[in-house]
Design a protein around this ligand. Structure first.
Ligand SMILES: Cc1ncc(COP(=O)(O)O)c(C=O)c1O
Length: 463
């Protein structure tokens, strides 16, 4: 344990044993540093850790306070059908996308970051700078594999998740979803079956549907992710063309697979020669001490296609993402060129410039802290306003959480009533090929504000 973890533990002990009760102020940083005989920096780090865990909260110009404990149970491991199915996410998806364009509605549904947590002004400066500097190239195609400066930055940063890549292992894409679609197209044939976590981000379901593929939905635990026993069983009883897995902060559950599960999954699929497409778009938004490892970091056979983007932390509108295609590199490059030729030149360079000189690390620290705190506020809000019998996930990163309502609640009916009150959320059936999870919904806590607290109150009444 580091010094500040020890300090955090001692403070947590005092809170657990009633020395500091819910709502009370804990000692100032200076006082605790004197009393514990540690530096101010150590106490600050310890308080930051406790904030991230949701144990305490800072109030500006006032100090740190003990937060209420949230006692809402976590949902059980999911239990989807053990048979493959065609995807049918239907028109609800389009309706919800349309609603995200309506600025009169509170967007608790779409998984988009809050504008105040994006580095827009700084990025604009980098954009202007590279547009000036690249005057001879900025209007040309940056053909695949795409902007080298960006691939260098991605390769350097991949080391934080123990993922060893060179710029030559990477190709830039129009967002993470393009990377996933290209991977599915390179690996699968129409009619093939792809295994996914259940519940699963509806963009992946849509991509699978549009390619004429079928899905096998796998039981997934809200804390530890896809069930390895179920994976072993599924491999034995089905012909599977690929797996698509969000090991770090699954959307919508927020689950994060422990390292030994990640390793076992990669090795199991490698033994059966089944390709694994990894969606790591939330991997950098972790609340713990360390960036979690990718599945790719356990891949010794080049069988994992790692996909990600800058949509969740820098600029969703830039549509800049990347992929490490492993042994499908050539096939994916051809598909990329045949689909849209290239990723936008200036936007890739602007992000590369921001990553190398723009304070990306401090930006990431700031948003991780904000999302961790907002997650605990959202959790407390759900506990306060939703009926008994509600279950809710406790994400360890990202910015969405999954709520399971008492059995008889229909979240599609609820959605229509909520929209008439100016609130949106993502109804559960969107996250399943067979439109299961009718009593579930996903909330985005990136947009936390007092207004959201009011919206939870309204939703609670409607429920
Ligand atoms: C899990 C997951 N993967 C991929 C995407 C799409 O990412 P991008 O906007 O970079 O295409 C999203 C967006 O919500 C997502 O939640």
């Amino acid at each position: 344990m580091t010094k500040y973890e020890e300090v955090a533990e001692r403070v947590e002990h005092l809170i657990d044993h009633g020395t500091f009760k819910t709502g009370h102020r804990i000692p100032s940083v200076r006082r605790l540093s004197e009393e514990f005989g540690v530096s101010i920096t150590t106490v600050l780090e310890a308080y930051r850790l406790l904030e991230n865990r949701g144990t305490i909260a800072a109030r500006p110009q006032s100090g740190y306070y003990v937060r209420p404990r949230v006692e809402v149970p976590v949902p059980e491991v999911s239990a989807p059908s053990s048979r493959p199915a065609a995807v049918g996410v239907d028109s609800l998806f389009m309706r919800i996308l349309e609603d995200t364009r309506d600025s009169g509605l509170l967007p608790l549904g779409a998984a988009v970051p809050h504008p105040s947590l994006l580095p827009t002004e700084r990025l604009n400066r980098h954009l202007a700078k590279v547009a000036r500097e690249l005057i001879d190239q900025s209007h040309l195609y940056d053909v695949p594999p795409g902007c080298e400066a960006l691939r260098v930055q991605v390769a350097q940063r991949a080391l934080m998740s123990a993922t060893v890549l060179t710029p030559n292992d990477l190709m830039t894409t129009n967002g993470c979803l393009e990377a996933i679609s290209l991977a599915l197209r390179a690996i699968c044939q129409p009619g093939d079956t792809v295994a996914i976590e259940s519940p699963c981000y509806f963009g992946i379901l849509q991509a699978i549907e549009l390619l004429g593929l079928r899905v096998l939905e796998m039981p997934t635990h809200p804390i530890t992710g896809i069930s390895l026993d179920a994976v072993a069983f599924a491999i034995e009883h089905n012909r599977l063309a690929a797996f698509v897995v969000m090991a770090n902060f699954n959307n919508p559950l927020g689950s994060c697979m422990p390292d030994d599960h990640k390793k076992d999954l990669v090795e199991l699929l490698a033994r059966h020669r089944i390709p694994l497409i990894e969606d790591d778009v939330y991997g950098d938004l972790y609340f713990g001490e360390e960036r979690p490892r990718t599945l790719k970091s356990f891949d010794s056979e080049d069988g994992v296609v790692l996909c990600s983007s800058f949509s969740k932390d820098i600029a969703p509108s830039y549509r800049v993402g990347w992929v490490a295609p492993g042994r499908w590199f050539k096939a994916m490059m051809r598909l990329k060129m045949a689909t849209n030729v290239a990723t936008a030149t200036v936007l890739q360079h602007a992000i590369a410039d921001f990553l190398s000189t723009g304070g990306y690390d401090s930006h990431q620290r700031r948003i991780r802290r904000a999302y961790a705190q907002q997650m605990s506020w959202m959790l407390a809000g759900v506990a306060r306003h939703f009926p008994p019998g509600t279950r809710v996930t406790q994400p360890q990163g990202g910015f969405v959480l999954w709520v399971e309502l008492p059995g008889e609640v229909d979240t599609i009916a609820l959605y229509h009533r909520a929209v008439s009150r100016g609130i949106t959320f993502a109804p559960g059936p969107l996250f399943s090929a067979r439109q299961k999870y009718r009593n579930c919904l996903r909330l985005n806590y990136a947009w936390w504000s007092d207004e959201v607290e009011g919206a939870l109150h309204t939703l609670g009444k409607l429920i």
